[in-house]
Design a protein around this ligand. Sequence first.
Ligand code: ADP
Ligand code: MG
Length: 755
Amino acid sequence: MIALETPLTSIRGIGQKFTSKLKKMGIETVRDLLWHFPSRYEDFSQIYKIGDLIPNQEATVQGVIEEIETRRAWKRNLTITEALLTDESGSIRAVWFNQPYIKNTLVPGRLANFSGKVTAGKEDIHFSNPTYELVKTQNHADITRTYADTNPIHTARIIPIYPETKGLTSKGIRYLVKPILDNLPRLLDPLPESLAAQFGFPELRRALHDIHFPESLQEALRAKERFAFEDIFILQLFNVTQKLALREKRAPAFPIDIPFVKDLVSHLPFPLTFSQKRSLWEILKDTAKGAPMNRLLQGDVGSGKTIVAAIAALHTAHHGYETALMAPTEILARQHYETFKAFFGEFEGGVALMTAHEHKISYGKHLETTKKKNELLKELQNGAIKVLIGTHALIQKNIGLPNLGLIIIDEQHRFGVEQRASLLHRKTRNATRLPAASAVAERAGEDAETLPQPPASGRRDSATEKIPHFLSMSATPIPRTLSLTLFGDLELSLITELPKNRRPIITKAIPPQERAATYEAVKAQIRSGRQVFVICPRIEPREINSDAPERISFSEWQKLDVKSVTEEFERLSKKIFRGFRVAMLHGRMRAEEKERVMREYIEHRTDILVSTSVIEVGIDVPNATVILIEGADRFGLAQLYQFRGRVGRGAHQSYCFLFTDANSKDVRARLKAIVEAKNGLELAEKDLRQRGPGEFLGNAQTGMPDLAMKALQHPELVHKAREEATRLLKEDPLLKKHPLLKERLGAFQKEIHRE
Ligand code: ADP
Ligand code: MG
């Protein structure tokens, strides 16, 4: 009997040829195969009379094979198979190239279906390469029998089209899936029955059938929704479990010292924006409690997240605890360190910078010393340093802060579940007080447990166990639905406006005929001492791999990116901007190389930085006043908005030039949206509505996970799933009554961990 775990190799009738191809797609068991869902459907369900066909119609016809023959074309290596199909209304020819074996199947006298596009030739209409299928009849000659009592797979129905690989067609997959589905026993359904009933979802086996061989497109949609819900539900179970587990933990409490905070704020050279204040307040309220904070601070590039985080850090220090601030790159780490020095020069508690190349401590404005790494580590251990700033990797490996109270992670998660995953793996083990270093590692994802401890075990003396508060910062505008999905266990603080002193960036779409004049204007900017960013066009995979654009790998993509940026660099440095200092940056460069190029740019040793679209958003170069975006129409709105945020940070007027060759109405309308948008989140949502999740993402390099995609397509399901997950875990915290769910959750956690 077939079970979901049955390996395909042990099923009779599936040859080695198939199984090895399937394996390449990661399909090894019945489950893998059945969960390889169609990407779309073609509706061939209606059978037309041959006499009624019109050119270019997509249709299915049914008739008797009158004749069939294969001949060799005058070109070498080409065979042509031609069949004539007849029903009571007429006859039609079908032609296939290089498939002589069709002759073995389509025997004259048999009843068959052809599905495909009707092609108009010089003399007649015919099918070119139609899908064909024999129709079973009691008596082959008896063509009066209708197809109703047969069970077609490839024709005369709604036909599933699968994501394909070389040598394995949709037809091949259908051929494998159908008999397995027909012989599948009733399956245990991880979704609780009551839930499925509430949403009117079909039960599992039925849903599998419907998603592969639906009777109607609604049926397919319903089934798709059921599977999407299941995945989202598991993710929400995971989020809620994490949240409950965290609730069991204690953290040091830092009662808000209002005069202290007011004093810090009043010494800043600018007033905080309203939402900076609100976010700061939310953070301080969280850390005042003895429960661990778990918060995401989200705000556009340049909205001033660092200051907010810095004040939280100083407030933590005020209570005698340390803060670790981790940035993804050395440049960003140094930038944060400089922020502390610039704005909080009075703070004498010890702020340290630790990267691969630098080890510094400053105790107040004028007391900065460069240290050996060992010395720095020693000072960390004796508690002299209150704020430690560095790159993720380094901090996680090295530190031993005696009283770590707050962990801040900057720009860590874009859309990736991978990054998110690492944040999820905080300490959940039933241990007594941990050394601070491993607490950091665990909260930041170094050392993860597979399953979180069940929240309701109750016996633990949780008071002994204190873990640091946790704040993560991100400039990626994530619509609410998505953040609820991916970051469902985080509280959210939003900075929704930019500081008031910013001059609006002049944004213009530049059609080809204005290109030369624009370059001249840019040169004038450089001559007056400003700097320029150039973003290279995004390469669409379908431009180079029309076969299977979705299958292009990350590294292939990176290569393309490098090609694009190299070409642009050559063009600009040798021709357009000859005589200026042009530098290039892309994802394939070594980290050190990248750091060097960025540093040179920040220090104004180069004028123009040509980069791919994947380069860090966080860098703050107030002297850069121009950003040129090549192929602007290829980017999502949200992404364009992010790019633009790199300029407009200083006192000088800034410009964003969107180069586009596609000067259509649509492009103009979209670019207009950029000019008008108040914040990135608003744009992200607009983008999402207008162009769907794929476009919203802007480019596949970020690898928007499948789950996020589903969440975006079914926002209502996300909220429902969240509610239901909470309810279920309240009733059954250990999922004792739901072993299948528990198993799925465990598998999910393992998977996340592996990423
Ligand atoms: P991000 O949110 O992108 O991390 P930063 O924290 O780097 O932004 O801040 C960008 C710039 O804005 C910095 O130079 C910072 O000093 C400045 N800034 C922050 N808050 C304000 C404010 N309220 N008014 C004016 N400038 C501010
Ligand atoms: Mg930042």
